[in-house]
Design a binder for this molecule. Structure first.
Ligand code: ASP
Length: 311
C-alpha cells in the first residue's frame, strides 16, 4: 500500500491514510492494557537512525516497535563512524547489510530519507526531513482530531506560525486536505510559504480572520534552528500577534481544540495556560503517536524481505 516505505503524505492516497488510521485505532487498545505487548513483529528488527535531535518521535518509534515485540536498535550519530567521516549513505548501506526490516530516518536535510530509501532493501520511514515532511506527525494529528471530533471531513483547520520552515505543516496540509478538511494558514508574510495557492490552502496574515469559526487551531513551533528568528521583529511582538491564548481562541468555534506538535516554546506560540489545559490536546497527540507508529511499523515491517522482494 505505501510502496516500499513512508516518505511523505504527499505520496499517499486517502484510502492508504484510512488504512493506517484504522490500524492505529486497533493499536490504541494495546496501549490501554496492563501488559502492553503483542507478538506481531517478533523476530523483526527496526533501526532508528536519527541525525537530528528528537524526544517524542524517537521514543515513540522505540516504544511502538517494542510493543509489537520487534528488536529496536537506536543508532546514535555522535558515537558512530560518522565522526570518522563515513558518509550517511555508506552508514545506511552498512546497517542495511545487517538485514533490518524497517529503517526510521530523521535528518536536517530535506530528501535524505528518500536518498537512503533508494539504496536500501528495507522500507524507510521518514521521521522528519528538514522543512519537507514529517508524515507520522500528520497521521497522529489526524488520529487525534478524529478521536476528538468523530470525523475530519468538513472541518476547518487553522495552522499558525512558522509554516515556511515547518515539515509538520506541510505534511498536515496534505493530510487534512486529502481527508476533506479546509486548511487555513496564519503567519507573518515572511513565514507563509511561496506555494500557498498550489497547496490548495488559504493564507492569512490576520490571525483573527484565519481562526474565525475554526474547529482545530494548530500552533507551530518557531524553528529557531532553521533561522526563523530573523523573519519577525521580536519574539514579544510575534507572541502578541500570533501567539495563541484564550482571548484569541474566542474567535474559533466554542468546541475548538488546540494542537501543537511539540516541543512548545511556552509563552511564544502558545500561552502557558493553553500549553497545559484543555482545549489543548497536546499529550493526546503524543499518546496517539505511539499507536500511529505501531500501525506504520506493522504495515511496513510485518512482511519478510522475501515477501517484499516478490511484490
Ligand atoms: N517535533 C516536530 C519536528 O521535529 C516539530 C518541531 O520540532 O517543531 O518537526
Amino acid at each position: 500500500m505505501m510502496g516500499r516505505g513512508l516518505l511523505g503524505i504527499e505520496d499517499l492516497e486517502r484510502a492508504d491514510i484510512e488504512t493506517i488510521l484504522e490500524t492505529a485505532e486497533r493499536m490504541q487498545e494495546v496501549g490501554r492494557r496492563d501488559v502492553k505487548k503483542v507478538p506481531t513483529l517478533r523476530g523483526r528488527t527496526i533501526v532508528n537512525l536519527f541525525f537530528e535531535p528528537s524526544t517524542r518521535t524517537r521514543t515513540s518509534f522505540e516504544i511502538a516497535g517494542k510493543r509489537l515485540s520487534a528488536d529496536v536498535v537506536n543508532f546514535t550519530p555522535a558515537s558512530s563512524s560518522l565522526t570518522k567521516a563515513e558518509t550517511i549513505l555508506d552508514t545506511a548501506k552498512n546497517l542495511d547489510a545487517m538485514a533490518p526490516d524497517a529503517v526510521v530516518v530523521r535528518h536536517a536535510v530535506a530528501g535524505v530519507p528518500k536518498r537512503i530509501a533508494d539504496e536500501l532493501g528495507a522500507p524507510v520511514i521518514n521521521a522528519g526531513d528538514g522543512a519537507h515532511e514529517h508524515p507520522t506527525q500528520a497521521l497522529l494529528d489526524l488520529l487525534t482530531v478524529r478521536e476528538e471530533k468523530g470525523r475530519i471531513d468538513g472541518l476547518t483547520v487553522t495552522i499558525i506560525g512558522d509554516v515556511a520552515h515547518s515539515r509538520v505543516a506541510r505534511s498536515d496540509i496534505y493530510a487534512f486536505r486529502k481527508m476533506g478538511a479546509e486548511v487555513r494558514l496564519a503567519a507573518p508574510p515572511t513565514m507563509l510559504p511561496a506555494d500557498v495557492e498550489s497547496l490548495g490552502v488559504k493564507g492569512f496574515t490576520s490571525l483573527r480572520e484565519a481562526i474565525d469559526g475554526a474547529d482545530v487551531v494548530m500552533a507551530l513551533r518557531i524553528q529557531f534552528e532553521r533561522l526563523a528568528g530573523a523573519l519577525f521583529p521580536s519574539v514579544r511582538e510575534y507572541s502578541a500577534t500570533f501567539g495563541v491564548d484564550r482571548a484569541k481562541l474566542r474567535y474559533a468555534k466554542d468546541d475548538a481544540i488546540v494542537m501543537h506538535p511539540g516541543p512548545v516554546n511556552r509563552g511564544v506560540e502558545l500561552s502557558h495556560d493553553l500549553a497545559d489545559h484543555r482545549p489543548s490536546v497536546i499529550l493526546d497527540q503524543v499518546r496517539n503517536g505511539v499507536a500511529i507508529r505501531m500501525a506504520v511499523l506493522y504495515l511496513l515491517a510485518g512482511r519478510t524481505r522475501v515477501e517484499r522482494e516478490e511484490e
